[in-house]
Design a protein around this ligand. Structure first.
Ligand SMILES: [Zn+2]
Length: 422
């Protein structure tokens, strides 16, 4: 005898355990292993869902659930709008061999009615779905990650050799706000490596040239121009509100100013520098790894840190290092991968090799040590000044003698401080 809808529902109810929204909330908090699966249609999901839930529409559940939840022993709670579709989806999962499946009674309506937390995802436009389609295909990025990128703000210190490739790729990736600090104009000698700019813009302000290139590439991006020199006095004002800072400067004064402002604001700084055929890269995440002052308590004399205009640089080297900076920024923004915290990556273009050194925090750092934090909290100026007069010890980041540096093997660089960023 054929079964009626009522028979099927009764059967599903007898086989699939039901849990209340309050119980689901408790499970979420206590056991991160529990997978919450939303089986509603796309349009329902886009209007709001349980934070952290996985979306597998009931129409595709047989096709997609194994990819979404490969472990059939993993506890799964299914929900829909009212608690019926999820019961039937639960039966399907049981037939597919999932051993620990429950359905949330009352569905998302009951969840919301009980005041439990929910989130509405940013909905990408049709054009954005096309533009970012290769990101959307990556599970670690997806629509949620892309929305995060569109909502994030990255500040580039310098629209030069490092800033150019970083800006191009961050703009292409859909980082919604790109700030640029640069007070220079485009010069013919820049064009060998500063690929944001063009020959017909020689003499134009770099921030304007950068904005033109970025907006031509991706109109989703808002470019914020800071046409001023970043100093100790204005660094905090400029960098506040940004999620990540990309340091592409070639002066020690600016690096210190960026560092000393970023640490108290807890803003990560992705640092790189280049010298002829060599590049260096590390990511400073305040209080998680060393900061710039942990490595260089005081600036080296200028003759040990020649910029690109003095020492020269192979144009692709800042290109490569700038893209690695963009990569670090994207990882930080998306919360994926292992950022280069406490790790210095050295690139040798002639050998075609990357070498990694470990970097340590300086417990006496004038900016990020406990004492420095306490001093700031007591609203006394940090102890930076007290160390400013200490003699600089010869040796760059790559020198085994430099504070906080542990050589892991391989060439540690030329011994000169790679100084050029522009
Ligand atoms: Zn430090």
């Amino acid at each position: 005898m054929p079964k009626s809808y009522a028979d099927l529902l009764r059967e599903a109810r007898s086989l699939v355990p039901e849990v209340s929204p309050a119980e689901v909330q408790l499970l979420r908090e206590q056991n991160p292993q529990v997978a919450i699966v939303d089986v509603r249609e796309d349009s329902e999901w886009e209007q709001g869902h349980i934070p952290g839930a996985i979306h597998v529409g009931k129409s595709y559940i047989e096709q997609q659930i194994e990819a979404a939840i490969p472990d059939r022993e993993r506890p799964v709670v299914l929900y829909c709008a009212g608690g019926i579709r999820s019961l039937f989806a639960g039966r399907t999962l049981q037939e597919l061999g999932y051993t620990n499946v429950a359905s949330m009674s009352g569905g998302f309506q009951a969840w919301k009615a009980q005041g439990l937390p929910w989130t509405a995802p940013v909905v990408l436009s049709h054009e954005q779905k096309l533009r970012y389609s290769r990101h959307l295909l990556i599970p670690e990025v997806g629509a949620e990650g892309q929305a995060k990128l569109l909502d994030s703000k990255v500040l580039l210190i310098g629209a030069g050799g490092l800033g150019s490739p970083a800006a191009l790729y961050l703009a292409a990736a859909g980082v919604g706000t790109i700030g640029i600090v640069d007070f220079d104009v485009v010069d013919l000698t820049n064009l060998q490596r500063q690929v944001l700019h063009t020959t017909d813009r020689v003499g134009e302000r770099k921030v304007d040239s950068a904005r033109k290139t970025i907006n031509a590439l991706n109109p989703d991006v808002t470019v914020v121009a800071h046409e001023e020199m970043l100093t100790e006095a204005n660094a905090g004002r400029i960098i506040e509100g940004y999620d990540v800072v990309i340091d592409g400067t070639d002066t020690f004064e600016t690096r210190y100013a960026v560092n000393d402002a970023a640490v108290p604001l807890r803003i990560p700084v992705v640092h790189a520098s280049v010298f002829r055929f060599e590049g260096q890269l590390t990511t400073f995440v305040p209080y998680e790894g060393p900061c710039y002052r942990c490595l260089y308590p005081t600036p080296p004399p200028p003759e040990l840190a020649p910029g690109c205009s003095v020492a020269g640089v192979l144009g692709v080297v800042p290109g490569i290092m700038g893209l690695l900076q963009a990569n670090e920024a994207l990882k930080l923004l998306l919360g994926i991968g292992e950022p280069l915290v406490g790790r210095l990556l050295l690139f040798d273009a002639l050998d075609g090799t990357f070498t990694e050194l470990k970097l340590r925090r300086d417990p006496n750092c004038p900016v990020c040590s406990e004492a420095a934090v306490a001093a700031r909290q007591a609203s006394a100026p940090a102890a930076v000044a007290s160390r400013a007069n200490e003699p600089f010890v010869l040796g760059g980041l790559g020198s085994p003698g430099a504070p906080g540096v542990v050589a892991l093997g391989g060439s540690a660089g030329s011994g000169s401080v790679a100084g050029g960023g522009a």
